[in-house]
Design a protein around this ligand. Structure first.
Ligand code: SAM
Length: 363
């Protein structure tokens, strides 16, 4: 089917089929990719508007019990200096986000599920709520936990949670993780998060070894089937201290520039899901200086400026060449603001910027 026909189908409110998504995702001609991006931007304006919302990101600890084959802070990577930020340092980051009118923040860390960690996080959430008079929205990205833990953190005041499925292909998931990492368990956590009351975010890495275009199309369908509210996806980038970095070129079935593919994934996801929040991730910026801005032009509406103390950033390298390692949070705010205004987008200062998809569901 031609591009125009697929767009027409979309405009007539007909559900796009798997083969339509495949056609869009595999576009290679420059003018067609341009048309795809323009269409996604049109859909974004119609369903979520042109406001970009900030989530100040605090990478609170790199201690991780998981051993994902792609991740720079995996348990077995002995070259990493491990840290957990002190409570006052985390609160200082939250205060910075609040005082700079970010509206929301994200607490992210390696995965731990011991009681000490759970109650530490619970306490921090309560204190962030107090210091911001309940005004700062809190998103968590703290991995797989029990329903009880999710409820404790929700009741303490966090209201959004990001847990990437990494890939919706269970066999591929098995190749990216040790045998004791369980795809079904991770998928079920998305259900538990919803039960606990969270707005639920998930996402995938793009252009992984062994991953095909069909996998990526299925990822987008997975987002819909799981009724996901927020998407955070980005390119898979090598971390040299990990087993996956050794995969030879021939094990990458997708022969396309990962930046272009990531932008197309954002655009197709926006066109298909319409009213969800979509993040333009740091990994996009890692491979192209204006990657996040292009992400916004292709349908994303969320940016997560890093407000972690620069002291800790070199130890939270999920992949090589992560950007903004030596910038303090102030630099990031100023450069971000002008970059966003330059592309004629607006910033939702002081707003939570919740997922409209979630809001539409509960009304
Ligand atoms: N522990 C939490 C979890 O598992 O959801 C949050 C932290 S984890 C490091 C955050 C995300 O980093 C993962 O979901 C994964 O998609 C991403 N990530 C890890 N290694 C990466 C890599 N080499 N390239 C791109 N993204 C990566």
């Amino acid at each position: 089917m031609t591009l125009e026909k697929i767009f027409q189908k979309h405009d007539n409110n007909e559900e796009l089929l798997r083969e339509d998504l495949y056609s869009l995702l595999t576009l290679r001609k420059e003018d067609e990719i341009r048309a795809l991006i323009d269409k996604a931007y049109e859909v974004k304006l119609k369903h979520v508007g042109k406001k970009v919302f900030f989530r100040g990101l605090i990478e609170m600890s790199n201690i991780c019990n998981k051993d994902c084959f792609y991740c720079g802070i995996r348990k077995s990577n002995k070259t990493v200096e491990r840290y957990t930020m002190k409570e006052e340092e985390i609160l200082a980051g939250a205060k910075f986000a609040f005082e700079n009118n970010y509206g929301s923040m994200v607490l992210q860390s390696g995965e731990r599920s011991d009681e000490m960690f759970i109650s530490f996080v619970e306490d921090i959430i309560t204190k962030i709520k107090t210091l911001s008079e309940g005004k700062l929205g809190i998103t968590l990205s703290l991995g797989e936990q029990s329903l009880e833990t999710y409820k404790r953190w929700f009741n303490a005041g966090a209201h959004r949670y990001l847990l990437r499925i990494e890939t919706s292909n269970q066999t591929l998931y098995g190749k990216l993780h040790p045998a004791d990492h369980n795809f079904q368990k991770r998928k079920n956590c998305l259900v538990l998060l919803k039960q606990a009351g969270f707005q639920v975010g998930t996402g995938v890495m793009i252009r992984l070894p062994f991953q095909t275009y069909d996998d990526l199309v299925n990822d987008i369908i997975f987002f819909k089937e799981m009724d996901i509210d927020m998407i955070g996806m980005g390119p898979y980038l090598l971390s040299n201290n990990t087993p996956l970095a050794n995969e030879p070129k021939e094990n990458y079935p997708i022969d396309e520039d990962v930046y272009q593919l990531a932008i197309k994934m954002i655009a197709v996801t926006r066109i298909y899901l319409k009213d969800v929040n979509i993040a333009a991730t740091t990994a996009l910026q890692a491979i192209k200086a204006f990657g996040r801005e292009m992400g916004l032009k292709a349908g994303a509406n969320i940016i997560m400026p890093n407000v972690t103390d620069t002291l800790y950033r070199p130890s939270y390298q999920l992949y090589d060449n992560k950007p903004c390692l030596d910038e303090n949070a102030d630099d990031c705010v100023n450069c971000l603001e002008s970059r966003i205004l330059n592309i004629d987008e607006e910033i939702g200062y002081g707003e939570w910027g919740d997922s409209i998809h979630f809001r539409n569901k509960i009304q």
